[in-house]
Design a protein around this ligand. Sequence first.
Ligand code: AMP
Ligand code: MG
Length: 517
Amino acid sequence: MLIFDNRFLRELPGDPEQGNVPRQVFGACWSPVAPTPVASPRLLAHSREVAAALDLDEAALATPELLAALAGNGVLPGMATYASCYGGHQFGQWAGQLGDGRAILLGEAINRQGQRFELQLKGAGPTPYSRHADGRAVLRSSIREFLCSEAMHHLGVPTTRALSLVATGESVVRDMFYDGHPVAEPGAVVCRVAPSFTRFGHFELPAARGDRALLRRLVEFTMARDFPDLAFDPASDVTTWFSEICQRTARLIAHWMRVGFVHGVMNTDNMSILGLTIDYGPYGWVDNFDPGWTPNTTDASTRRYCFARQPLIARWNLERLAEALALLLPGPDELAAGLERYDEVYSSEFCSAFAAKLGLCEFTHDDVDLLEDLFALMHQAEIDMSEFFRRLAEVDLERPSIDVLQDSFYREDLRQRHSADLTRWLVRYAARLRHDPQSPEQRGARMRAVNPRYVLRNYLAQQAIDRAEQGDMQMVHDLLEALRRPFDEQPGREAFAAKRPDWARHRAGCSMLSCSS
Ligand code: AMP
Ligand code: MG
């Protein structure tokens, strides 16, 4: 049984208007909205860890009442349904009010340990924030969100989670390539779970409208509900709180960089106040190491959200949040220290993450060159990021050679051209490790614990989607299982560790994706 305690609804002002007529909502943080029921819901997959965190056992998951709630066909006792109101900067421009256009909150569940989780259906129908869209989601994007948010969690990356993936039995029309060829695709609903789905954009909107009173209420509420461990004085300590957000964001981005995750749409409405990965859309995993790679076709010309720019963009987004919060302070300078903390924490987290990936006990000033030269080489030689770091632990330091790294090359011509350079780099690396106080066994174990064998490469997700669209969910289940233990060798599952095959290099969904979902 889920127990609900809906503080967001209770403590923050709501929109007096009912119904889904698209509108600008002023002076309120949420609008009441009911999910739109679907024809024939079916539970396709669930996360056992998230179910356990919510104290839901297998029997509970099998009840028609829970299935109905996860599909948007009914509510459980204590649930209350609403959409939240936020704005955001999209691709560098202020976009005004956005809001939960296809997400509907079900309330805040409290588990036996007293932990609080917001439950949110994605794709459960229109809300006042849907503008001209339908509030629905297709199966392909729902599988991608379901699998990736769970995979990220098991990689140790802060993220929203996914409890369930439900097929609606209805179709949704999407023009996937934006080329005037809309197609009916199967629809689905994901139930997302996080301590808070609050975004930077929630604060930006009242600030942009000059609504200082609403901004203050939301800030005080968020500090009290979402940052309970920090003994702040909620009436005054916006600067300390902002600094905490900056540090969490810094840690998040360092995590993305260490695993090779590219979010693809780092708009401020997709930035979590808790520093969680949120809103899985046209994300991707770096295959061949390319700092300029973006998985998002909409971003292809400017590459605003490419791999290497993520740290800069996160800071830019924090600056927009600072501008909003400055409305509550004597001036923007009060928040400058938080932004500096972002720079410091990002750089130290990034260095320690890559030191661990290289098997170094600590990252010294001299290691900057070693790492940057490696990145340049990996880029030029088109070396696979995950495969390379995983195999690096196997290099014989007495006689460094690229033999064990053969599989990380995509192109034979580039392998030949760069093998001497890479061998020279390995010799430098081996020399550096001689000054490191670990035994080879210790180092190998440590490297395998941070360099994943299994990541959700786009081509793998796409294969699982192709099969699911034919009614076969086996690969979704198999991937979910493999991705639960990304650092373990899993005999029989080697195929899921393989780098992107040639056929997938330019196939839609396997390298780049559109935002259509
Ligand atoms: P996203 O790019 O997915 O983060 O979405 C940006 C904005 O568009 C948010 O306000 C979403 O709620 C809204 N949105 C995206 N897709 C849909 C949809 N199918 N129906 C309604 N609103 C949507
Ligand atoms: Mg979004």
